[in-house]
Design a protein around this ligand. Structure first.
Ligand code: ZN
Length: 917
């Protein structure tokens, strides 16, 4: 899965927030010094210095159907601890026991899909499995609400008595054969794992939602084959994990039969069905098909070849790296409108959020890179996650880390003009820091007692921090050692499961390195070190501190860069120290103007600059030649703002200057992200009013600066930022003219999505005209999916606070929360910064619903829900509501408490900054 940069970005979890949040939250980018760790080893990239190229090479490193046929058993007498431990959801204890008793599982799943989404879906499954007898009291099959949904159940051809406990069907062990058995079950398909719309539906079963819809043994280490057959309306297309075998027309319907898959985990079972367009291409003898619902043929034509090319290139890269051919039968992908995540790696049928892949001509460089990255991420999962799967979801990070780790490498050949070291850092470090510096920081590796709590594992720590840590590991043992270890891991556990410790054991054996202490510091331990700099003209002292003052340390190499301004040019050099202790001193540095402790971009921590370096860099950072070092310096300066060591006003004024002169497009987008967040979150109202006219003028002139040497994608980033920030009277008038197409930015046409988004922003900014604008926009939308989304969001956009309150209230009803991406967008508009005074009243109700959100929502929903609420607030009133909630609800699951702390961390900082200025 990919999470989106919005929180910041990506779940397979490349998750996605609403129109507003996704841009406001777009954060920073960084810099790096060590260069390309390459597939077969790595080389150290030297800091480029215009005059003094004193580079240090380091040799290191680095139903409603009645259950009429149900027969209930008399109360059982448990003979094993596990049976008495059967609880709601899939517990670790149940999973551990079941994995010892069950094997050779094969599912045949037959569904009958009606066109009307209000009609129930009937299902019939045949489940074949091998059973080890006399070990327990019951066979436990998972299925949501079995009393209502099971119609008939047979074991080995005969009706059998069964009992229900929570969402489990229990069959007495005496009824089973030692060896092969077969369950045949008729049922009503549960809605919990399905996403149904009027003319399409799709499954999303991760982490344990397969049993919300169909009966299964729902845990990742009970891999099974699945053979789908589906009867669907005759104008529908059906896509599953398996290749299509037959498609027979019946009266008004079509019967689709699919081939049996290779063994896969139940969370990867997938089905999409409905009115879809199909596109197909063959590349190097391999067929790629994709399915979409976008009737804009021009847009499809513009994107199609690149989508296919990126997938083909990613597949070939992974085959080359692993030496293992693509392990599954066919390669399809489905573009789903407002899909919950950026993508989901179902073998044979990857699902993507359509807007992540179908880009407009006005896309920015970052959007192009992000599209390539999500494609590479999901493709890498075919090996890491699908071919070899974690044994239990506590190790879910092991699949996400490799998907992102390889994604960064895979996209390199497609973007030769990009500094990929810089790209890695801009994509990973700021997002990871946002969580890791909060009071809710969680370690990469987290225990998990029950799959129903798996959602709290996901977030930037596994998507962004884990790949950073993996690069540290690669540097430590060597790129080729890591590769050989991974190949061994894939071969040994192919079509099976493995734990993180299985991989660490292989890497230790192969490299001869003891990795336990590294694993403890970086994988098992939450948070990050505070590394501060003290210096005189003669020496520099670096001190590592545990933010929680528990004496923890994080061992890592620091490339300390330092330098001086000479004849209007900055010269710099660096030295590498092993930060294994609390304090390190570097002597004899001579007369220097600045020290940057994270000089390679590999370093991970809260770096606190000394005052002289901070002041010097603030004024002169644009003169640092090396892109990576310049980016690292900007990241550090941003951190000083967040640590309340540098005034946001001063930082903002330097940013305004920097975006005028910055030449590197990645950095330019990073700086614009800082600019946006600094403006919205950390400038007070009077500062905002003061700087806004200049800001608007600069963004607008840059967006239109066709002759000024800016690329189209760079101009697009200024244009997007302008549309997001303009709010003076003149700015609003310009936005209106853009929306009504009286004004256009040259060669950057306003797409339909842009126009819809702009109408919504105008509705929020200009309440007097909101009704007119939204009505006019509604008439322009032809696409059914977009129209439905627009209509859903209308009450959240209303200028009437009572209507918005009714929208918030409606979210208490699960049926109004089914389209999660719509809900998040709506909440973001309710809590828009310009409405913060009114929307503060809705914070408590949002927090009170959180447990329910986790129980009923998909894995990213709780985090997205919290961010949508808190990202619009800067006030101490809002913070106090959150803090009161935390103190009144100490017994909430720890994972949820952490999520709240993570979401309110920027709010805490904003309040602290405003109180001190
Ligand atoms: Zn993923």
């Amino acid at each position: 899965m990919s999470f989106s940069t919005a929180i910041r970005s990506e779940l397979c979890l490349i998750s996605v927030l609403g129109d507003f949040i996704s841009t406001i939250n777009r954060k920073s980018r960084i810099v790096s010094f060590f260069g390309a760790i390459q597939m077969f080893g790595f080389k150290i990239r030297l800091i480029s210095v215009r005059f003094a190229r004193i580079c240090i090479t380091v040799g290191l490193v680095c139903a409603a159907l009645a259950c009429d046929s149900t027969h209930f058993l008399k109360s059982p007498t448990a003979k094993s601890d596990v049976v008495t431990d059967i609880v709601s959801g899939i517990s670790r204890a149940l999973a551990d026991q079941r994995s010892k008793l069950l094997s050779d599982i094969r599912y045949q799943v037959s569904l009958n899909l009606p066109a009307n989404k209000l009609m129930g879906i009937t299902g019939h499954s045949v489940i074949k499995f091998k059973w080890k007898a006399d070990q327990t009291d019951f066979l436990v099959l998972d299925f949501k609400d079995p009393r209502a949904n099971v119609k008939s159940l047979k074991l080995n051809g005969a009706k059998v008595s069964w009992e229900l406990r929570f969402d489990h069907i229990l069959i007495q062990e005496e009824e089973l054969r030692d060896g092969f058995n077969e369950i045949s079950i008729d049922y009503l398909v549960g809605s919990g794992g399905l996403n149904r719309d009027d003319n399409f539906l799709y499954t999303l079963f991760v982490p344990d939602r397969a049993h919300f819809s169909i009966p299964v043994f729902d845990q990742p280490d009970l891999k099974a084959t699945v053979k789908w057959s589906v009867e669907a309306p005759n104008n529908w297309t059906v896509i599953t994990n398996g290749a299509m075998v037959t498609r027979d027309k019946k009266s008004g319907t079509v019967f689709w039969e699919f081939a049996e898959t290779r063994p896969i985990s139940t969370y990867l079972f997938s089905l999409a069905a409905g009115e879809f367009f199909e596109e197909k291409e063959v590349v190097n003898g391999r067929e790629f098909r994709f399915f979409h619902r976008d009737g804009d043929t021009e847009k499809v034509k513009t994107n199609q070849s690149e989508l296919i090319r990126l997938h083909a290139q990613a597949l070939e890269w992974m085959e080359e790296y692993t030496g293992i051919d693509y392990p599954f039968q066919k390669f399809d992908f489905v573009l789903v409108p407002d899909f919950q995540y950026g993508g989901m790696e179902h073998p044979g049928s990857i699902f993507y959020r359509d807007s992540r892949l179908m880009l407009d001509p006005s896309a920015t460089q970052n959007q192009l890179l992000s599209r390539a990255a999500v494609i590479a991420h999901e493709t890498a999962h075919m090996w890491f996650g699908d071919l070899v799967t974690m044994r239990w979801f506590d190790d879910v990070w092991t699949k996400e880390v490799f998907a992102n780790f390889f994604s960064a490498k895979i996209i390199e050949p497609s973007f030769t003009e990009i500094d990929h070291e810089l790209r890695f850092l801009t994509e990973h470090y700021p997002s990871a820091y946002r969580i890791d510096r909060s009071r809710g920081a969680n370690p990469i590796s987290q225990p998990l007692s029950n799959l129903k709590f798996a959602g709290s594992l996901y977030g930037p720590i596994i998507y962004q921090k884990a790949p950073i840590v993996m690069r540290h590991l690669e540097m430590r043992i060597g790129g080729e050692q890591l590769r050989q270890g991974l190949i061994q891991y894939l071969e040994r556990y192919s079509f099976g499961n493995a734990s993180w410790s299985n991989l660490i054991n292989i890497l230790e054996e192969n490299s001869g390195e003891n990795l336990k202490s590294w694993n403890h510091d970086w994988v098992e331990q939450a948070g990050l070190p505070i590394i501060s700099v003290r210096r005189t003209n003669r020496w520099v002292e670096l001190t590592q501190k545990d933010p929680l003052e528990k004496g923890r340390t994080w061992e890592q190499l620091l490339t300390v860069a330092y330098g001086k301004m000479e004849k209007n040019q900055i010269s710099s050099t660096s030295t590498v120290i092993n930060m294994d202790d609390e304090t390190h001193k570097i002597d004899d540095l001579g007369d220097i103007d600045f020290v940057i402790p994270n000089g390679s971009g590999f370093e991970y921590g809260q770096f606190l600059l000394d005052t002289e370096s901070q002041n010097f860099l603030l004024e002169n950072v644009n003169s640092v030649d090396d892109n990576l070092l310049r980016g690292a310096a900007w990241i550090s300066l941003w951190e000083q703002v967040l640590q309340n060591r540098l005034s946001p006003d001063r930082f903002f004024s330097r940013l305004l200057h920097a975006i005028e002169v910055e030449k590197d497009e990645l950095l330019l987008e990073t700086l614009q992200g800082f600019l946006q967040e600094c403006f919205v979150r950390y400038l007070n109202v009077s500062s905002q009013l003061q700087v806004l006219p200049d800001l608007e003028a600069l963004l607008w002139s840059k967006a239109n600066n066709v002759a000024g040497g800016l690329s189209k994608t760079a101009r697009a980033s200024f244009y997007q930022n302008y549309r997001m920030l303009a709010s003076t009277e003149a700015g609003k008038q310009k936005l209106f003219e853009l929306w009504s197409k009286k004004v256009e930015v040259k060669s950057l046409p306003l797409s339909e999505l842009d126009q819809i988004s702009l109408s919504m922003r105008l509705a929020v900014l200009d309440p007097d005209n909101s009704e007119f604008i939204l009505k006019a926009q509604a008439k322009l939308i032809k696409n059914k999916d977009r129209k439905a989304r627009f209509n859903f969001l209308l009450p959240a956009l209303s200028s009437n606070a009572e209507v918005r309150a009714e929208f918030v209230d409606s979210l208490r009803d699960y049926s109004n929360r089914e389209r999660e991406a719509w809900v998040i967008a709506g909440l973001s508009y309710v809590h828009h910064p310009s409405r913060a005074i009114e929307s503060v009243a809705h914070i408590s109700s949002g927090l009170n619903l959180l447990t329910e959100i986790q129980r009923t929502g998909d894995i990213f929903f709780p985090t997205q829900w919290l961010n949508a609420i808190f990202d619009g607030h800067n006030s101490s009133v809002a913070l106090n509501i959150a803090l009161d909630f935390l103190s009144e609800n100490p017994s909430l699951p720890a994972g949820l408490l952490d999520k709240i702390e993570q979401a309110i961390d920027p709010l805490r900082r904003s309040v602290a900054i405003s109180m001190s200025n």
